[in-house]
Ligand binder design. Structure first.
Ligand SMILES: [Zn+2]
Ligand SMILES: [Zn+2]
Length: 115
């Protein structure tokens, strides 16, 4: 987990559309500080959408434990917290499909993305 060097808030993974296409940055929700994400350490998993709440998910290859999982902006159905850990589980018997799971960073409620 990474924190903003300026104000200490936890970074949130966000997607940016720029001249070189779509890039990902770690951004601070408090002061707006941004830090580029190393592409080599990430696996682009899935872009869910199109919807007003288009969400992205990136799984860190090294992420084995929940506390090391990346976070995304997702509204918790239970407590309305808007930050959740994200990971993906391969569906058994299928090479293609997999399911995204989210876990609320606040109350721990775990839920899945229905696409
Ligand atoms: Zn900050
Ligand atoms: Zn929650």
């Amino acid at each position: 987990m990474e924190f903003c060097p300026r104000c200490g808030m936890r970074f949130i993974l966000t997607r940016k559309r720029g001249g070189e296409g779509i890039t990902y940055v770690m951004s601070c929700s408090k002061c707006g500080y941004e830090k580029p994400v190393e592409k080599t350490s990430l696996t682009l998993v899935k872009i869910v959408g199109p919807s007003p709440r288009e969400s992205i998910a990136i799984i860190d290859r090294e992420a084995k434990e929940l506390r090391t999982l990346p976070t995304v902006r997702m509204e918790c159905p239970r407590c309305k917290n808007n930050l959740a850990y994200v990971w993906q589980v391969q569906t058994r018997g299928s090479d293609e499909s997999s399911t995204q799971f989210f876990r609320c960073t606040k109350c721990g409620y775990t839920y899945r993305e229905y696409s």
